[in-house]
Design a binder for this molecule. Structure first.
Ligand code: 13P
Length: 254
């Protein structure tokens, strides 16, 4: 597929996989994806499997991501994980502001923006998630919600940092439901987000930022989604938990 931006497909394993299971999965992925160069491939295991998976992917084209990070660098923050700790395990990417954390941990845009600053401060790349709920979409508020989230979560980033950031558009109603957004719905939201980046930064920055789609991505719908001009990859949940389906999503995207 001839794309303006290099595709980036990331697997968000969420709260799945023990160390043994994670190693099993990553062994399978290394075999399946050994020759893939056209797509940036990232896996995001739970914190407890980062060290093992980080070692396992060192000699491969697979990069490592974390699912969250503290806004603080060190100190009295029980249960939190700092950038320097992630870097020990060769982490390159950090998912921020996933809708499950926005909902369960009440993460707000301002906190996500501070975390994004910390991620860049450590020379890591954030994958910043945004997306509307079904009720918001049905109320005709998709654009309003996306604008608030994008402006709030990216507040304070420089143009240079923005270019090194990834945005994941994940409509909440499509996550884990099997109900994927149509290609038209995905393209419309992605184009809207890119338009916001033009206003917040400039044309050049907006053209360089990769925007992933997330929400029930499967091998069968990956090609169609990725063929949209403003869809630059995928953030995959359920289908990333099995080597064959994650690899097929990547192969079908090329
Ligand atoms: P599913 O692919 O399971 O719908 O999850 C998407 C997601 O939330 C990725 O971050």
């Amino acid at each position: 597929m001839n794309k303006e931006r290099k595709l980036i497909v990331a697997g968000n394993w969420k709260m799945n996989k023990t160390v043994a299971e994670a190693l099993d999965l990553v062994r399978g992925l290394k075999l399946e994806l050994a020759n893939v160069k056209e797509v940036d491939v990232v896996v995001c295991p739970p914190f407890t499997a980062l060290e093992a998976v980080g070692k396992a992917v060192l000699d491969s084209n697979i990069r490592l991501g974390a699912q969250n990070m503290s806004e603080h660098n060190v100190g009295a923050h029980t249960g939190e994980i700092a950038a320097v700790m992630l870097k020990e395990f060769s982490v390159r990417y950090v998912i921020l502001g996933h809708s499950e954390r926005r909902q369960d941990q009440k993460e707000a845009d301002a906190l996500i923006a501070r975390k994004a600053a910390a991620v860049h401060g450590a020379a890591l790349k954030p994958i910043i998630c945004v997306g509307e709920t079904l009720a918001e979409r049905q109320a005709g508020e998709m654009q309003k919600v996306l604008e608030t989230q994008v402006r709030g979560s990216l507040a304070g980033l420089t143009g240079e940092q923005m270019e090194e950031s990834i945005i994941a558009y994940e409509p909440v109603w499509a996550i884990g439901t099997g109900q994927t957004a149509t290609t038209a719905q995905a393209q419309e939201a992605h184009a809207f987000i890119r338009g916001l980046l033009v206003k917040m930064f400039n044309e050049t920055v907006a053209r360089r930022v990769r925007i992933q789609y997330g929400g029930s991505v499967k091998p069968s719908n990956a090609r169609e989604l990725m063929s949209q001009p403003d869809v630059d990859g995928a953030l995959v949940g359920g289908a990333s938990l099995e080597a064959r389906s994650f690899a097929d999503i990547i192969k079908n995207s090329i």
